[in-house]
Design a protein. Structure first.
Length: 420
């Protein structure tokens, strides 16, 4: 072991598990690529103001969890704690919304950073795949988002997840509700910090996990009863489209989520095998965010799915992904001459699109065959001086154990044909 270890709250993605991680990321991205979403990449850090304004000062993310630092030049930056604010900032900066094709549909994948108390499923460095549809207000777009996430999880074989759905209202009806809720909450026996929360983010109090708080919340005014007609109709349409698509969901009127910028549709994907870190993904509509960060009105909707927790969910359901072995052919040279010749064969195989690897380090036959086995290769090519003198190599089928002599000049074509 070296003197250094991965920092607290982080972990290294190592083979073979790293292949699973990559497959999950690809599986989440696939339905997006298939539905008009283009790839976007933004920096790992941004001006701290983008998040304090865009995500909201009152959120845990900004007030407690953000990695903030000052550059040598005196600029205050933050490691990105989430993706939406950055993606919208980039879209606005490049005027993507003016290209005349709304909504602008984007997907992304990357690392995010939050200074949290590390525990199973909760890390300080984690990975998300996200999607944003910017500049359109259409219940079908909200439904599309949820359907695509559902499709991604199902394509991985996941079944024990649930979709929680709610509407947070808009700038007309939410303030009225907020007032009513604040009035109710002020009458309760709450600790100092929760009292402060009543002023800055009262909806979050509904989300409090403590039983003694939840007990007092019985009878609290519910947002559902305050939704304006437009919000009600919008939400009903989203629900009908989901039902029409065969996507099951649960209405959860307490679902508020941590970010300030959400309006109307809000949803979360929870997995029942993950204990207290049960949210595998979430998102919603954020009609006001663009204006909050200095852009025009651009109603938008998006989600982010956690890759780490999705991998944990696969493990919880005992799902083994069908990951094909990455190496198809393994070359084992016996002697100097064979080393040069087979190295050439491996290079040719790779050029022909066959995944091939080579026994490096001048190992003997036994050690080399052990590595060939470990590589998962379907075929091994073995050659020694006597074979080469006859212009031959030995092709071994690792499944049947059968060995065939093949002309050196034909081995690339022969292997490619067998693998096809
Ligand atoms: P939680 O309630 O668990 O803190 P969140 O509401 O903060 O989640 P979001 O900001 O909605 O999470 O992020 C979307 C997804 O990213 C989450 O559903 C989760 O899968 C993942 N995620 C968020 N924070 C972490 C973390 N610290 N470690 C691992 N994954 C995370
Ligand atoms: Mg969180």
């Amino acid at each position: 072991m070296s003197t250094f270890q991965a920092p607290k709250g982080t972990y290294d993605l190592l083979p073979p598990k790293s292949a699973k991680f990559l497959a999950v990321r690809e599986a989440i991205a696939a339905p997006l690529k298939n539905s008009g979403y283009s790839y976007i990449e933004t920096p790992g850090f941004e001006n701290v103001e983008l998040f304090s304004r865009g995500v909201g000062e009152s959120t845990d993310i900004v007030s407690k969890e953000m990695y903030v630092f000052e550059t040598r030049g005196g600029t205050k930056l933050a490691l990105r704690p989430e993706g939406t604010a950055s993606v919208l900032r980039a879209a606005l900066e490049a005027n993507l919304h003016k290209a005349g094709n709304l909504p602008v549909k984007l997907w992304y994948a990357g690392s995010y950073y939050r200074y949290e108390r590390p525990q199973a499923g909760r890390y300080r460095h984690f990975s998300q795949v996200g999607a944003e549809a910017i500049g359109a207000e259409d219940p079908a777009l909200d439904a599309e988002m949820i359907i695509l996430a559902d499709q991604a999880y199902r394509s991985l074989g996941l079944r024990e997840f649930r979709i929680l759905l709610n509407s947070l209202g808009d700038k007309e009806c939410r303030p009225v509700y907020r007032d009513a809720l604040q009035g109710f909450l002020r009458g309760l026996e709450l600790d100092e910090e929760t009292r402060r929360r009543i002023d800055i983010n009262p909806l979050r109090v509904l989300d409090d996990k403590r039983a003694e708080v939840q007990k007092q919340l019985v009878g609290a005014p519910m947002l559902r009863d305050y939704l304006c007609d437009a919000c009600k109709a919008y939400h009903e349409e989203v629900r009908e489209l989901l039902t029409g698509a065969g996507v099951a969901f649960e209405d959860d009127e307490k679902l508020v989520r941590g970010l300030d910028y959400y309006t109307r549709t809000t949803f979360e994907f929870v997995h029942d095998g993950l204990g207290s870190q049960s949210a595998v993904g979430g998102g919603g509509r954020y009609d006001g965010l663009s204006e909050m960060i200095g852009g025009p009105a651009l109603p938008s909707v998006g989600w982010a799915l956690g890759v780490d927790r999705t991998v944990l969910a696969l493990e919880a359901e005992g799902i083994e992904l069908d990951l094909p072995s990455t190496t198809s052919v393994y070359a084992v040279p016996l002697g100097e001459e064979a080393r040069r010749v087979l190295f050439g064969v491996v290079t040719e195989l790779r050029k022909a699109g066959v995944a091939a690897d080579f026994s490096y380090g001048g190992k003997g036959l036994k050690g080399a065959m052990k590595n060939a086995n470990r590589s998962g290769a379907r075929y091994t090519i073995v050659a020694g001086e006597r074979d080469l003198a006859e212009g031959l190599v030995q092709l071994k089928d690792m499944e049947s154990g059968e060995q065939t002599a093949i002309a050196l000049a034909e081995v690339v074509a022969a292997v490619a044909a067998r693998l096809a």
